[in-house]
Design a protein around this ligand. Sequence first.
Ligand code: GLN
Length: 459
Amino acid sequence: ESFNAAVEAAASLNAFIVTTPDHALDAADKADADRAAGKDLGKMAGVPIGMKDLFATNGTQTTAASHILEGFVPPYESTVSQNLWDAGAGMLGKLNLDQFAMGSSNETSYFGNVASPWRKEGSNAAMSPGGSSGGSSAAVAARIAPAATGTDTGGSIRQPAAFTGICGIKPTYGRCSRWGVVAFASSLDQAGPMARSVEDCAIMLEAMAGFDPKDSTSLDMPVPDWSAALDADLSGKRVGIPNEYRMDGTDQAILDVWEQGKEMLRDAGAEIVDVGLPHTKYALPAYYIIAPAEASSNLARYDGVRYGLRDLPDPGSASGAGGLQDMYAATREVGFGDEVKRRILIGTYVLSAGFYDAYYTQAQKIRTLVQRDFNDAFAKCDVILAPTTPTASFPLGSLNDDPLTMYLNDVFAVPASLAGLPAMSVPATVNEDGLPLGLQLVGPAFDEQVVLNAGLAIE
Ligand code: GLN
């Protein structure tokens, strides 16, 4: 009964693309049986989670919220989802997202927008749950799933977590295997948990993470027992405040909550210090060259031959001969949404012979400078505190004609992505409209613990 009620709530938010109740029930039954038999239980025994529909799930449709992958049923399981099943979790269903994880509002999905369960006080307008992990954030915020997987290429775990008042952590690049995760920008893509509390994120990340020989960029390092070492006492820790994050267009409420965050960390024993991240303003433009460049290459595999949709040109049309090129073109024309096409065009352009040095090489140099900024900053502090986003959530539809403002949503999230660093958003307060605001913690590579501990002092 409670499952059916949750299914109805989920339907009104459009958080799921498909539901898989039997998968979740089987995991619950197994947990019960193991408990009764006195067996050791996995970290996630019986926990019903939502799975972002970017993770390949054996026998269950995996679409990346695209038309081109509609009907694709993988005959294999992603490493991260397999790790979660091995830890005892079960799957409620595949969660909606921005198409191929490209977006910040969950409005680019072929399967329709996702609505946040939050509303502005005094308004009934449907609000964005953030993106691209918008089905994940909406399902967790609406208490439909206690936790969900997300992926973060340039903010897609942290921004939706901030918009919906939940926690989400992007671990160090390489902690979670990318094997079986539909690729967007491979040098940036990283999976992570989204849940109601820092502790739940820590437990779920322990289950998701780990070396995987099937991913050449996987970290060959032990997975620490983060949840056992959670400690909100920050005595002796220095928290860095990057003043370059005070940008025009940032809401006063965000600047205020940043101040409150400093107070909370000071109360937890930390010392607050100023740090410089001087190349911050170049990070977002560099991201919007690097991510589309990698996407244009990764998405070349969707050609109507190997996966999902195939479309043929209209026999009466000029290209109606129906050769291979015509089939590719017709399939990609109907199979990809507008935002995906925009990224492919930008990516192809910046990688083309005449423009490669002007755009792609420059962007890679900026990426190195951003990484160096963080190295210098972490010589002076243990963890960085910043806002997650420059604004709270916005009504669905309100930014559709304004891709640049949409891209600005990730201005504070993208630097940590370019540097491959662990970064978390924790809910901090609600603004005057009653909408949640998040604070972001960024740590040095491999130090998820300091990120989680500082998050614990704020949540
Ligand atoms: N919103 C950003 C983009 O559209 C980030 C997406 C993500 O992290 N997957 O590229």
